[in-house]
Ligand binder design. Sequence first.
Ligand code: F6R
Length: 611
Amino acid sequence: MCGIVGYIGNRVASEVILKGLQRLEYRGYDSAGIAVINDDIKIVKVKGKVNMLVSLADDHNVSGHMGIGHTRWATHGEPNDVNAHPHTGATGKFALVHNGIIENYDVLRQDLEQKGHMFTGETDTEVLAHLIEEIHEMSDHDFFHSVQQALLQVEGTYGIAVIHKDNPDRIIVARKGSPLLIGVGENEHFIASDASPIIEYTKKVVYLEDGEMAVITSDGYEVSTLKDVLLTKEVHELAMSLEQIEKGGFPHFMLKEIFEQSDTIADCMRGRLMVHENRIQLGGLDGVVEKLANARRVIIAACGTSWHAGLVGEYLFEYLAHMPVEVEYASEFRYRQQLIDERDVMIVISQSGETADTLAALREAKKRGAMVLGICNVVGSTIARETDAGVYTHAGPEIGVASTKAFTAQVTILTMMAMLMGRETNVISDDYMRKLVKELRSVPAKIEEILKDTSDIEAIARLFTYAPNFLYLGRSYNFPVALEGALKLKEISYIHAEGYPAAEMKHGPIALIDEHMPVVVIAATDHTNDKMISNIEEVRARKGRLIAISSDGQSGVARHAEFNITIPEVHDCMTPLLTAVPLQLLSYYIAVNRKCDVDQPRNLAKSVTVE
Ligand code: F6R
């Protein structure tokens, strides 16, 4: 969702904040703003991208050594200059940036209006700015306690940073449901909603937890609860590097991240896929392996692409470990009749580790006694911290809004977990394990092979750049990949696309097929080969434009399809790790041809921290 950056120290605050907002822009990009204190509070904000804010800030004098900034993904109020953050109250003495949703903003607003407050926009955040001001003006609360008292009246979620003209030596921050961290420097401190804006200045961070507030000055920080209990916080060392969050010569982050996948999968397996010992070692699951293997059922909860990875996980756990698995949209899980208890294990999957719906499912499952395991990419994220145990994907920062390398890393972890479970449940013999280990180990090189020459995919993308619809079909392990391929195309090129289990085509979608309909068939699994060839024929008979993804050994598919993208052969259960890659590239090249903003597609945000 939205991104927050703040700075206090000796540097020019606006430089740190604007650069930070550019790094955070993948979180939201419909408007942006900055407030700095230099005698008075100076605010510049604008509808549009951070670049527009940068040029506008150049025209205004936003000098000063402390300030806050925000990049917005609209929830309440359309994206425009007025609704952009920072927001102020009537006197303009406070400025506030906010991620999350103030659910009772309407009641609070009416109450404030009765007290004479006039509002300029429609956002819930503006209400909070007025509320802080009202408390400060009408009571003897200092800056910190005015913010605290306001937050005690608020229902909903927030990550906030507030500055006050009369207290130019401090920024007050607070968190409930929306991530916020403090970057610790030498005589300077930073705040941010994730680590990317501060990594070039410091690697030392303190994560705020829900219900915590902090006073941040250039010399230090003091964290307490909303009830004034002082806390001693652990300082964490960030593992990410600046290089990881830059484009490294690629035109887009998405392309860079697609091309990183042979490395990220290798990183994901490092120290975990023990080839010589013929076993899987997942340190994050030490002590819980037996409980997982004996679970009455495993419930995987996630959203979007991570949910698709979860669907692949279902096939893997069932096939390799004979374990019953259900995959739930995290957003639906919490509204279902809750039949989960301590006999079950939930696995939550999240790249960002901050997705509000996934976090809510996790908390619901824990409340009911289930053990919850996490598969997360962002180290130290809320989901990673709240799960009982878990495994990091170690894919490095994913900046492109459309998820690519996180998906294949999640599937790699799920494959290793399923193999581990297969040994635990005695489904996988020594010999079979050896074969699986060897196959999984071969995946990074095979991805490199796919990426060596993308000209076929680029040519297909050129042909279908202006197709209004796409159909994606897959079976078994590759049915979720069909869903993922369709999602990638929708997200970044705005072409309507649907993914289906191939056999379901006959039950409806076949009516859509004519000579204008591109149909992508993911046919790379051997055990469904013949059935996929039948589906291909059904599409051809209706003049559909057939693009097949098949493996080296499937000459049958290649012969029947109009276009064929070949991937190296790999064990059926690992094909999603390969088939996902050409589909990511296809959607990328189509989106580029259509001149879409690949890394920041309209209406989307990287990390969805509202429900
Ligand atoms: C799609 C995409 C989203 C995310 C979803 C969950 O490309 O990125 O669908 O997969 O918002 O996000 P995480 O994995 O951060 O929980």
